[in-house]
Design a protein around this ligand. Sequence first.
Ligand code: NAD
Ligand code: UFG
Length: 343
Amino acid sequence: MPNHTPECYLLTGGAGYIGSHSTLALMQAGHQVLVLDNLCNSSPISLDRLGQLAGRAPLFVQGDVRDAALLEQVFASHRISAVLHFAGLKAVGESVQQPLAYFDNNVAGTISLCKAMAQAGVFKLVFSSSATVYGEPETMPIHESTPTGRPTNPYGRSKLMAEEVLRDLAASDPRWRVAVLRYFNPVGAHESGLIGEDPHGIPNNLLPYIAQVAGGKLAELAVFGNDYPTPDGTGVRDYIHVQDLAQGHLKALQALQTRTGLNVWNLGTGQGYSVLEMLRAFEAASGRQIPYRIAPRRPGDIARCWADASKAKIELGWQCKLGLAEMMRDAWRWQVQSPNGYA
Ligand code: NAD
Ligand code: UFG
């Protein structure tokens, strides 16, 4: 029977941090979005907020990407033109404790999704990868032609494995069109302060940690090492506003209209900032002083990591529009408006 429902994009993990901002960007560009999320690291309130911001909520199915029967049903009952696969686990430290959970979710979950897509005749996929797949390259900036390295933890290895699965899949059948997006360090929130990053417990990542110190929930920031070979000795990263990142997904989807096979794009700003530069910028945005102490290096951390973002600029016509001040302003607004996240 022909399916007369409107065409939509399926976003796995669309209730999460990056997925929710991307859902909004797609809806605001006039697209229909179906979110599939098991809510293991997100709240359904994010979907209500999307409804508030976009004037209509996305379609939502609560479930797991590893549930083959559910996926079959989802693809049979919606006209899905492409899939954006955000769903996965992302806590580096936890991945060391629970490697099987990470390989199962991030690798087996991707395989399960691709099987269901092929069965349903849907071959366009945008995959959330990470700069972590480069390991610790000797030279900066990191270009897509920089060889992937040896990620320092099971999370990173699960992303690299998933990429390799997708590469082999795209090579096996010319109908596949895959965009592998290697994110650098996503930060910030939607400018409304209605959606943002909602880490459970004590945050692992720098920006949510700084925001909670500024907001008075945590006493001080531990700066993990000031003896790296960087200008001020602290780690340098390429922080990218989550709103710019969301726009990158729209551009990748457009590119898949014409590009076949598997394409890799770095999504970063091309600019690195140190931990202390981030701290000072957050102080400026929040007007709060942020106490900190120098602590030992965190195992597995690299000294420096920033993107050569020229491939995405040339091939996708995408580049970041928001700078450090906007990242900090929006992270702070989200912290002030939702000190307990969606809780
Ligand atoms: P997030 O945890 O906020 O979002 C992931 C979403 O996926 C959550 O809503 C979670 O409930 C859902 N989910 C997890 N496993 C699922 C499953 N098996 N079935 C259905 N839903 C499931 O994380 P995020 O920061 O938005 O990251 C999104 C993607 O981007 C992840 O794949 C992550 O690895 C990748 N990534 C994130 C970063 C970062 O720093 N945030 C950097 C590089 C890459
Ligand atoms: N840092 C601190 N104190 C903290 C937290 C972090 O000094 O409390 C430092 C880190 O040592 C590092 C920098 O801040 O130098 C950034 O650390 P994050 O944990 O925010 O980010 P990472 O670069 O370590 O890792 C992030 C994601 C990974 C992803 C990687 C590349 O957590 O999942 O970016 O995209 F793989």
